[in-house]
Design a protein around this ligand. Structure first.
Ligand code: NAD
Ligand code: UDP
Length: 309
């Protein structure tokens, strides 16, 4: 039985990951400061004797004994990470240092939840891992993008200098049950608006694109990455290459919910990437992984979840 720490374990992705790791027979420690996560997300796990929760802020060191660490602690939606940009940078950078320090002392494997945002507004399409990105260091998204870029650098330096066994996952837009309904992300926004019969808000003209992966596919990819041999560090893209424009997504959600919502157009936020699609050849080769859940199937499950709320 492995002792596995999941920082940000009470968040959207973290709670699904904790759940899956428990079903695989591990001892799981969820660490969270509840900034964007909630007890509600993990309440169904609390009766499991192999599950433990620590209320802690990852910008402060943590002293426990573990075999593996998934470092997910960080607000992920633009609304939340821009709420206190300085804190977002501290969470990414000091959080990485504290997580890596713990991994170094305990000799644990450690996985960083990096992001497609490190590619910024990409000029290479689809994005491959060897593309260095196009990020505005001063813009409103920089606190998140640059924090995550610095965290990747820290991971690689601890690996080279201190032989820490690291894995870097570049996660592309992920959706599913337990997404925060008020964090402003496009899938949750559109579904909630459609179910309430409110206007669907498209930012910009709706021609910009994203590629959405369902949560179960991502969790599967993260665990596969953690279990690759020590000489494979990544970075590796984890995403669904099915690219869709935001207008098409709006129409799909309206159709699938049977909603009477109208579409309204609002200004595109500053530095909003125009296109995003992962090249997942590396994940397919090294992890033997690729997403299996179609957008329609994933949206169906997500709509069902939001309807139940
Ligand atoms: P989330 O906001 O639901 O989860 C983040 C969790 O981290 C929350 O539970 C929050 O309370 C916790 N947290 C934040 N700051 C903390 C701190 N200082 N100390 C301790 N805990 C803290 O977001 P998510 O979508 O589950 O994202 C999880 C991770 O995956 C993040 O690192 C995010 O950057 C990364 N990621 C997510 C996506 C996506 O589409 N959801 C895409 C790329 C990368
Ligand atoms: N978006 C939108 N309407 C919304 C919320 C988001 O048109 O109500 C757009 C947003 O401008 C972006 C895309 O949808 O172009 C994805 O936004 P999200 O915040 O989900 O993810 P990110 O921009 O971080 O990829």
């Amino acid at each position: 039985m492995k002792h596995i720490l999941v920082t940000g374990g009470a968040g959207f992705i973290g709670s699904h990951l904790c759940e899956k790791l428990l079903t695989q027979g591990n001892e799981v420690i969820c660490l969270d400061n509840y900034f964007t996560g909630s007890k509600e997300n993990i309440i169904h796990l609390l009766d499991d004797h192999h599950f433990e929760v620590i209320r802690h802020d990852i910008t402060m060191p943590v002293f426990i004994e573990v075999d593996e660490i998934y470092n997910l602690a960080c607000p992920a939606s633009p609304v939340h990470y821009q709420y206190n940009g300085i804190k977002t940078i501290k969470t990414s950078v000091m959080g990485a240092i504290n997580t890596l320090g713990l991994a170094k002392r305990t000799k644990a494997r450690v996985l960083q939840a990096s992001t497609s945002e490190i590619y910024g507004d990409p000029s290479v399409h689809p994005q491959t891992e060897d593309y260095w990105g196009n990020v505005n260091t001063l813009g409103p998204r920089a606190c998140y993008d640059e924090g995550k870029r610095c965290a990747e650098t820290l991971f690689m330096n601890y690996h080279v200098q201190n032989k820490v066994r690291v894995k870097i996952a570049r996660i592309f837009n992920t959706y599913g049950p337990r997404m925060n309904s008020n964090d402003g992300r496009v899938v949750s926004n559109f579904i909630v608006q459609a179910l309430k019969g409110e206007d669907i808000t498209i930012f910009g003209d709706g021609t910009h694109t994203r590629s959405f992966q369902y949560i179960d596919d991502l969790v599967d990819g993260l665990i596969k990455l953690m279990n690759t041999p020590d000489n494979f560090t990544g970075p590796v893209n984890l995403g669904n290459p099915g690219e869709i424009s935001i207008s098409e997504l709006a129409k799909l959600v309206i159709r699938m919910t049977g909603s009477k919502s109208e579409i309204t157009y609002m200004p595109l936020p500053e530095d909003d990437p125009r296109q995003r699609k992962p090249d997942i050849s590396l994940a397919m080769r090294e992890l033997k992984w690729q997403p299996v859940i179609t957008l329609e199937n994933g949206l169906e499950k997500t709509i069902k979840y939001f309807r139940s709320l």
